[in-house]
Design a protein around this ligand. Structure first.
Ligand code: PMP
Length: 372
């Protein structure tokens, strides 16, 4: 079976699995404990993973907070900023095509009296910069715009958004879940990004672990937010809870591999995407239409309409040989809010399939499409 649902999750890398095992078995100590080996070793492993994640996204390791993944980080940033800065303002700006972990959190905050602006997007799912600027207000406390979209692969102009937020002194959060490991990220070049979310299982690490970036100032003080989880004060009192050392070690290894192989992986994703696009065009001609932009995108994500065919029926038929999805795995029963926001009709949405490749997909494997 050819697995092409890598935006939903990826297969764990064999080296990641290997480094995790000792931390599930003999090195089971709590890194917050002291003096004995199992605890000290766990602490060292956590510190090393933090450095690997920091290297992957170009920040200081003190700016990396481990969470359970992007759903938690997104909740933490939106609620954490809203609660900490509510006396300063109650306005938050986001976009219509964000992941449900942003949109549902915004919905929750609206019920608590916050005012949310949902920016529309263009045909490929990008926000319009002038609309962002026009929506900024004196009481805006946060802008949260995803780096790359999980259904269409389109990339927002994060550099410009980051500069605008920096110039206006407004905190900027970006959900980078789909881009980490697939584009080069150096947060040194994006000084306006205050917060970033990413998730290990999207780049061949384990599930249930992610990293949240929080920018520190020149005195190495992290931008304050109200924690989502209160408790023992782990992770600089921002995210309490005993650290999941085996998962953190797995995330660290996945980050290290992603950093080392980044250029190679990007090239493979681009080559395979081009190859699959050509195969599909040759095979189906005018019976298919690509929803995604071919430029300025995350390599390896294809959103394809199979005209006149129901996507659920097609996916079921393909399932024994090809695993793909209708869009986001998180909300696959509802018609996609992303495809609706780019102006697709219900029929067009119901005939769309997303193929998402991995760094390890091989061109030869894609030849299976020739025999469909
Ligand atoms: N944001 C985006 C853009 C995603 O694609 C996902 C995962 N589908 C998430 C957030 C949630 O990530 P996690 O699975 O780590 O909670």
């Amino acid at each position: 079976m050819l697995y092409l649902d890598n935006s939903a999750t990826t297969k764990i890398h064999p080296e990641v699995r290997e480094v995790m095992l000792p931390y599930l078995l003999e090195e089971f100590g709590n890194p917050s404990s002291k003096y004995y080996n199992a605890a000290e070793n766990a602490k060292i492993a956590v510190d090393n993973s933090r450095k690997s994640v920091a290297k992957l996204i170009g920040c200081h390791s003190d700016e990396v907070i481990f969470t359970s993944g992007s759903t938690e980080s997104n909740n933490m940033f939106l609620k954490g900023v809203a609660h900490y800065y509510s006396s300063k303002g109650k306005h938050i700006i986001t976009s219509k095509v964000e992941h449900p972990s942003i949109l549902e959190t915004c919905n929750f905050l609206e019920k608590q009296g916050f005012d949310i602006t949902y920016l529309p997007v263009d045909n490929f799912g990008r926000i319009n910069i002038s609309e962002l600027v026009e929506s900024l207000r004196n009481d805006t406390i946060l802008v949260s715009i995803m780096w790359g979209n999980n259904e269409l692969g389109s990339l927002n102009d994060i550099k410009t958004i980051s500069d605008i937020c920096a110039n206006h002194n407004i905190y900027f959060h970006t959900d980078a879940t789909q881009v980490v490991g697939k584009i080069k990220i150096d947060l040194e070049d994006f000084k306006g990004i205050t917060f970033l979310s990413c998730s290990s299982h999207k780049f061949h690490g384990p599930k249930g672990i992610g990293a949240a970036f929080i920018r520190q100032d020149e005195y190495r003080v992290l931008t304050p937010i109200t924690p989502l989880l209160h408790g023992g004060g782990q992770e600089k009192e921002i995210r309490s809870g005993t650290l999941a050392v085996h998962n953190i070690v797995g995330l660290g290894k996945a980050a290290q591999i992603a950093s080392n192989d980044l250029n190679l992986n990007i090239k493979n994703l681009k080559d395979c995407e081009k190859y699959l696009s050509e195969l599909l065009s040759t095979k189906f001609g005018a019976n298919i239409k690509f929803n995604h932009d071919h430029k300025l995108k995350i390599p390896g994500i294809l959103s394809v309409q199979f005209k006149g065919i129901n996507n659920e029926i097609l996916l079921k038929k393909l399932a024994p040989i090809i695993a793909a999805s209708t869009g986001s795995a998180c909300s696959s029963s509802k018609p996609s809010h992303v495809l609706s926001a780019i102006g697709l009709t219900l029929d067009e949405i119901r005939s769309t399939i997303r193929f998402s490749l991995s760094s390890y997909t091989k061109k030869e494997e894609l030849d299976i499409f020739k025999s469909l």
